[in-house]
Design a protein around this ligand. Structure first.
Ligand SMILES: Cc1ccnc(S(N)(=O)=O)n1
Ligand SMILES: [Zn+2]
Length: 262
């Protein structure tokens, strides 16, 4: 039992609908963002991030990505403003990436994909009692998406890439305390926003997506460390590297992606 989905030919995005029919729903993610086709909404304010008292707990390899999880028992780590009616609490962040020399972002911009994409997953703890409950509600989650482009070394990403060897195998987890994701943000919080879904099973249509327009720069060397992660467990003989763990853009179905008046 458990997750039998992946990103391969047999278990990848093109067959997810067989187990998760919502994969063919009308507000699926990711999407291709075409900037000049975006709608303007001057009433949309800036995104406000309060990650000050960050309490990261651990870093884990769940067989699909590498995830840094946060203690969401306090209400200090929040995102608000923009399209959000109330503050959402940070639960975890994780990445999606390509193979060597291949791009691996999920959202694309005018058909162009970035090397990787960081997702900071937040949940509406004002309206819902648990993350799990919020994850099935149409306004339950807010995911902040940040594009990673290859260039210079990112000085703070090293804290994450240096920990990856400790979670090489699927199912491994290790302490990772006090990491503040503020250091992973680009200089501008200009964003596009639209209503979508989780980009991996169970693909719930519960996400207010907020995609930052400015990418952060990371080096090819740092990205290569993500590809060292394995899909397989320590005791397995076969060793399959974790790469190309991204879902391609899904139909817009008449949705608009919006940017605040700049
Ligand atoms: C928590 C969670 C589960 C599945 N997928 C996502 S994602 N990739 O849409 O951020 N987040
Ligand atoms: Zn994601």
């Amino acid at each position: 039992t458990g997750d039998h989905w992946g990103y391969g030919i047999e278990d990848g995005p093109s067959v997810w609908h067989k187990t998760y029919p919502i994969a063919q729903g009308n507000r699926q993610s990711p999407i291709d963002i075409v900037p000049h086709q975006a709608s303007c909404d001057p009433s949309l304010g800036p995104i406000v991030l309060n990650y000050d008292h960050c309490t990261s707990m651990n870093i884990a390899n769940n067989g699909h990505s590498v995830i840094v999880e946060f203690d969401d028992t306090d209400d200090r780590v929040v995102i608000q403003g923009g399209p959000l009616d109330n503050p959402y609490k940070l639960k975890q962040f994780h990445f999606h990436w390509g193979g060597k020399g291949c791009h691996g972002s999920e959202h694309t911009v005018a058909g162009n994909s970035y090397a990787s994409e960081l997702h900071l997953v937040h949940w509406n703890a004002v309206k819902y009692g648990t993350f799990e409950e919020a994850a099935t509600a149409p306004d339950g989650l807010a995911v902040l998406g940040i594009f990673l482009e290859t260039g210079d070394d990112h000085r703070w990403l090293n804290m994450i890439t240096d920990a990856l060897y400790m979670v090489k195998f699927k199912g491994s987890v290790t302490d990772f305390e006090g990491f503040n994701p503020m250091c992973l943000l680009p200089s501008s919080l200009d964003y596009w926003t639209y209503l979508g879904s989780l980009t991996t099973p169970p693909l719930y249509e519960s996400v207010v997506w907020i995609i930052l327009r400015e990418p952060i720069m990371v080096s090819e060397k740092q990205l290569s460390k993500f590809r060292m992660l394995l899909l397989t467990e320590e005791e397995e003989d076969q060793r399959i590297h974790m790469e190309n763990n991204f879902r391609p853009p899904q139909p817009l179905n008449g949705r608009k992606f919006i940017l605040p008046e700049v």
